[in-house]
Design a protein around this ligand. Structure first.
Ligand code: SME
Length: 187
């Protein structure tokens, strides 16, 4: 059986049994982790193609957000925030998912604002356990933010919200670092 057919059968079986892919990821399903790894690997050349194309920067960033949200089962909101000029704040850039009120985030506030200061990836398995967290939607259970560097400067970040509890692994961190490094080439 070819891989595509196999994946389709798995998704049909999960759907018929009312099992969300996200719940299996948080249960640390080895098989699901492998599928996610394959999805990440399949997305990398698509991202590289988008970046090497002649479309505008905003179109490329928007397309990346939509691609990640559509193809990665535990990514429910995907967006970029960027440093707002000389101000110590982040401004929302292209995103895919529900509209958010948090279009400007001061440095130090929330998960995003903390990453603007720390320059480190921030993985939040359970948003309820965070004191310094800005809620965008009651359905969000977890979040990952990865900083975006251009010439060594932290100029923004990619932010992912998930409606699944504790779904993010080092695979997500490596993949999102790849996305940020790729995007840095057009900023
Ligand atoms: N939760 C983020 C705010 C941005 S929304 O997720 C879109 C934070 O705590 O910084």
């Amino acid at each position: 059986m070819n891989l595509l057919l196999f994946r389709i059968l798995v998704v049909i079986k999960l759907t018929k049994n009312n099992i969300s892919f996200g719940s299996l990821i948080s249960d640390n399903c080895y098989f699901c982790r492998n599928i996610i790894f394959m999805i990440f690997n399949a997305l990398k050349p698509k991202i590289a193609d988008l970046i090497s194309g002649s479309d505008s920067k905003d179109y490329i960033l928007q397309s990346i957000c939509e691609l990640l949200k559509a193809k990665i089962p535990h990514y429910d909101w995907v967006g970029f925030y960027f440093k707002n000029g000389d101000k110590e704040e982040l401004k929302l850039g292209p995103y895919a998912g529900t509209v958010t009120d948090h279009t400007v985030i001061p440095f130090g506030k929330g998960i995003c604002g903390q990453v603007a200061v720390s320059n480190q990836n921030f993985v939040v398995p359970d948003v309820k356990a965070q004191d310094n967290y800005i809620a965008c939607s009651i359905s969000v259970k977890s979040e990952i933010v990865v900083p975006l560097f251009v010439e060594g400067q932290n100029i923004g970040q990619i932010d992912i919200d998930s409606n699944t509890a504790d779904p993010f692994t080092e695979q997500d961190e490596r993949f999102l670092e790849f996305v940020c490094q790729s995007v840095a080439a057009i900023l």
